[in-house]
Design a protein around this ligand. Structure first.
Ligand code: AMP
Length: 215
């Protein structure tokens, strides 16, 4: 089965690339961030516990995230491949992950911090249908209104300059060492995430010997 971890700073296009691979190759996109956001939106106990941490752009407690990842992966049907997005994010999580799961490789999307700022601060989320918009690349016809469902577009609570600076600091301090650990044990392929989405997607398929995207 095809099993991958996708890594990269916020705004590097992890969700987009993972989504395309998942749709075309029948893989399941497992995102710890989405699971946590679901808890916040549905006002669960976990949501109440993590909301402020997430809004500040900080990492949520390791025990909690590891138990969510463990539960989610235990539910997974092993006849299907998956792409794990947003986990592991520090060395402790990576050790836990490497002890318990085998993967085919790590997709690492690299993006300079200046570009992260530009992209992330332009990001908008539809409050109705949840579609992602971007004022640079995927702009709605009417400002701040979703073309698809007509609901207002919002800035994600953790897409503010302060929260972004915190996330970038965390990424460099905590997540980059995860890559070093993976590089010793797994196949890690690094891609230049400043390139167009289609080019990156084709490069990922090429490096992992996956069927090329249908044109
Ligand atoms: P993401 O959508 O992957 O950017 O995740 C959004 C937020 O969820 C992060 O800023 C963290 O607060 C939290 N989060 C997601 N994954 C993890 C993780 N592996 N460890 C700790 N916190 C996480």
């Amino acid at each position: 089965m095809r099993k991958y971890v996708i890594m990269g700073v916020q705004g590097s296009g992890k969700g987009t690339q993972a989504g395309r691979l998942a749709t075309d190759l029948d893989l399941v996109n497992v995102s710890v961030g989405d699971t946590l956001r679901w808890h916040v939106q549905h006002h669960t106990k976990i949501g109440a516990q993590v909301r402020r941490t997430m809004a500040a752009g900080a990492l949520v407690d390791d025990d909690l995230v590891e138990s969510l990842a463990r539960e989610r992966l235990a539910m997974h049907h092993w006849n299907y491949g998956f792409i794990l997005d947003g986990f592991p994010r520090n060395v402790r999580q990576a050790r836990f992950f490497l002890e318990s799961y085998d993967i085919d490789g790590v997709i690492n999307l690299e993006l300079p911090d200046e570009v992260v700022h530009e992209r992330v601060l332009a990001r908008r989320l539809c409050s109705g249908c949840g579609l992602d918009w971007n004022l640079l690349a995927h702009r709605p016809k009417v400002p701040d209104v979703c073309d698809i469902c007509g609901s207002p577009l919002l800035v994600r609570e953790d897409d503010t300059p302060d929260a972004l600076a915190a996330r970038l600091r965390d990424y460099h301090a905590k997540t980059a060492p995860v890559l070093e650990l993976f590089e010793r044990k797994e196949f890690v392929a690094t891609f230049d995430a400043t390139q167009p989405v289609e080019v990156i997607q084709a490069e990922i398929r090429d490096r992992f010997a996956l069927p090329p995207p249908a044109s």
